[in-house]
Design a protein around this ligand. Sequence first.
Ligand SMILES: NC(=O)c1ccc[n+]([C@@H]2O[C@H](COP(=O)([O-])OP(=O)(O)OC[C@H]3O[C@@H](n4cnc5c(N)ncnc54)[C@H](O)[C@@H]3O)[C@@H](O)[C@H]2O)c1
Length: 251
Amino acid sequence: MRGLKEMNVIVTGGAAGIGAAISRRLAEEGARVGIFDLDADGAERLADEIRAEGGSADAYAVDIADWDAVQAGVAKRADDAGFIGGLVNNAGWDRAVSFLESDHDLWRKVIDINLYGPLNMTKAVLSRMNEEGRGKIVSMASDAGRVGSSGEAVYSACKGGIIAFNKTVAREMARTGIVINTICPGPTDTNLLDSVDPSGRLKEALAKAIPMRRIAQPEDYPGAVAFLLSDDAGFITGQTLSVSGGLTMAG
Ligand SMILES: NC(=O)c1ccc[n+]([C@@H]2O[C@H](COP(=O)([O-])OP(=O)(O)OC[C@H]3O[C@@H](n4cnc5c(N)ncnc54)[C@H](O)[C@@H]3O)[C@@H](O)[C@H]2O)c1
């Protein structure tokens, strides 16, 4: 992919699941990856693994829900690696429960991570990109934000919010050379899905509902992310791309 060599990219939630697959792929493309994760040990392990394979990666223990921690983490990454040319808002969290049974403590945690998290990261990185007049942001939302998902009402609200937020910021930044796009994963074989579906029965049912008849693997996403960070995507902004085996087909 053009333009990824030496690009300094932050991947949030890069220690596990989809974020780890994205971090590995970006490093393979020659990018310098800053892995931001709550799980400091997991992030460090992945950074070690990427470096052992000849790539460039550094780990940062950051809670994306904490604005002060985000500002400090982004400043440290810029000190360590220079201009931050790319941001992948990937970290997310949920616990499945019907809306009627959910309470404010759960809402707050879901909103802090899935909505405030990307807002915090985008704000901290975007002001630096704006000074340089270039940069690319990709956020991992969810098909839940496009079509809903039972047991995930507040999470879906956050993901729908991210889709709309990215479109709006993409418009505000359109004349600066900064592009902002959204990818919507479908059900994916990661810890997050295991935590909402410990029996595995939901996964079987979901696979039947997906036109391509399988749930996703983390490796289904990095190609689309790399493309949207690359020079080839320089004229694409404010778009929402579902990568979900045909689960949703939005016009
Ligand atoms: N797995 C799915 O079925 C699925 C479906 C649609 C969308 N998504 C989205 O894809 C993204 C990645 O999900 P995943 O399935 O790989 O999840 P995962 O649970 O496997 O990994 C998430 C990573 O984010 C980190 N994280 C969580 N909260 C954080 C915080 N506050 N600050 C920093 N790091 C934090 C975790 O430590 C972990 O390393 C999320 O945004 C998720 O909402 C996942």
